[in-house]
Ligand binder design. Structure first.
Ligand SMILES: Cc1cc2nc3c(=O)[nH]c(=O)nc-3n(C[C@H](O)[C@H](O)[C@H](O)COP(=O)(O)OP(=O)(O)OC[C@H]3O[C@@H](n4cnc5c(N)ncnc54)[C@H](O)[C@@H]3O)c2cc1C
Length: 423
């Protein structure tokens, strides 16, 4: 039995190890166009800024793969032949498979803007983007980042570290307010401006101008502005990277369509992680999850399915954590989803560098947003899972806090503010 896995990100690697643990004799091949060895994608910005070496982003020693008898192939797959069970490669001989896992991750969105393929215009997803950016910043004084979100802010920080000025073009009325509630979105916006970035809200990209040699020279906005720049970062979201499947027999929607056990409708073909779209069997929406820990969780489930022990993937309680420059952000459960009969209790400190939001329903708390502080994951998740009433949670907030020193300073005020809102 030979299992081929396209993609050596967290999903592909987790699946490979899971299969190996259950099937010691199977042949397993991990294929990636980007790098021979698995590395931690969220650490990309630290590599660029020189805080980490590429070597330090590899969670496993290079010898580990041989010890696990996992065959590594560096190369781009150009076509999946489902009938003949073969992968055609950009270079080299085709790879035959008995079972196939597609774990090709995400790609940066492009919306057909004029000039979007000029030199100096790029997204931020992988190692090739770092190489391109290093080249571009050599001649750059100013950059424009199109779209907000978490990757946009990382790119801004990377550019800033090279002395490049940054303008953000954000279509919405507050930063990332399709995900963040108004209070948090405005707080992030103020934080961005405080750090010297030029944030332009309700501003949309119209076109990117060519300098006459195929490089970007400026962007024009739909609001009539022209901003000279040598780099344009496209960070208006990501979508499942399914370009490879365009002409294949494997069904796709926004991602590779799979059932709850992460099987496609083609026998022996599976998909997981950022590129997978899990088809809802009820009336709900299909699920696409594009964060690191869901890639890991799906990698475990799909590994079991491939090894012969299928089980359903249960999305669990949503969690994400990140930093907007130096502003910590954690989110748990359902926030900003307009759940029926939800009630939001919000504390924001006077300089507006910390905030706490508790989303409560008659059935218990369903979500938390924590800004400028860090919470204990297990406590927040447990309160949501156990559907604890707000009256239980409020007197115990300190239990969730990761930094008791910091929290003690605000505890009385937070509890009092939220209690007043509860009445
Ligand atoms: C800059 C940045 C910061 C991030 N920070 C965070 C964070 O802080 N927290 C968080 O939860 N998430 C973060 N994410 C998202 C997280 O990294 C992804 O959700 C996660 O990496 C998805 O894992 P994956 O294995 O599904 O896909 P990926 O990690 O994208 O891996 C896809 C793999 O497929 C390979 N591949 C694709 N097409 C082909 C092909 N045709 N042939 C051969 N190989 C192919 C690629 O080479 C790659 O190895 C960040 C992402 C980026 C870009």
């Amino acid at each position: 039995m030979h299992v081929a896995i396209i993609g050596n990100g967290v999903t592909g690697v987790t699946a490979a190890l899971r299969i190996r643990a259950q099937q010691p004799d199977w042949r397993i091949t991990l294929i990636s166009g980007e790098s021979k060895y698995h590395y931690s994608r969220p650490a990309l910005m630290y590599v660029f800024m020189g805080h980490m070496r590429y070597e330090d982003t590899k969670p496993f020693e290079d010898s580990f793969w041989e010890e696990q008898r996992l065959n590594l192939v560096r190369g781009w797959v150009t076509e999946i032949d489902v009938e003949g069970k073969r992968l055609h490669m950009h270079r080299g001989t085709p790879i035959a498979w008995d079972k196939l896992l597609i774990a090709t991750g995400s790609k940066s969105n492009k919306f057909g803007w004029p000039g979007q393929d000029l030199d100096g215009v790029q997204g931020l997803w992988g190692m090739p983007d770092l190489v391109r950016l290093r080249e571009s910043v050599k001649r750059a004084r100013h950059a424009v980042i199109v779209g907000g979100g978490l990757i946009g802010i990382e790119l801004a920080e990377m550019l800033h570290s090279c002395g490049v000025g940054v303008t953000f073009l954000v279509r919405e009325s507050a930063y990332w307010n399709n995900i963040l509630p108004e209070v948090e979105a405005r707080m992030v916006g103020r934080h961005i401006e405080k750090h010297g970035f030029d944030l332009r809200l309700e501003t949309e990209l119209e076109a990117i101008e060519d300098d006459g040699s195929g490089r970007c020279a400026a962007v024009r906005t739909k609001q009539g502005a022209r901003i000279a720049c040598e780099v344009v970062g496209l960070t208006a979201g990501v979508s499942p990277n399914i370009d490879l499947l365009q002409d294949s027999a494997i069904p796709t929607g926004r991602g590779v369509l799979v059932d709850a056990c992460l099987r496609s409708s083609v026998p022996d073909v599976f998909a997981a992680g950022d590129c997978a779209e899990i088809v809802s069997d009820g009336e709900g929406r299909n699920t696409i999850q594009q964060v690191w820990y869901t890639g890991k969780a799906q990698g475990e489930v799909v590994g079991d399915a491939i090894a012969g022990e299928p089980r359903e993937y249960a999305p669990g309680i949503w969690f994400n954590s990140a930093k907007f420059l130096d502003l910590e952000y954690q989110t748990y459960g359902r926030v900003n989803m307009r759940v029926e009969r939800e009630r939001n209790l919000v504390w924001e400190d006077a300089p507006a560098e910390r905030a706490l939001r508790v989303v409560d329903t008659p059935d218990g708390v369903i979500g938390f947003n924590v800004m400028g502080m860090r919470w204990r994951h297990e406590v927040a998740e447990r309160w949501i899972r156990e559907q604890r009433p707000i009256e239980y949670v409020l007197p115990r907030l300190a239990e969730a806090n990761f930094d008791p020193e910091l929290f003690r300073r605000h505890e009385t005020e937070i509890t009092r503010t939220l209690e007043v809102q509860l009445r």
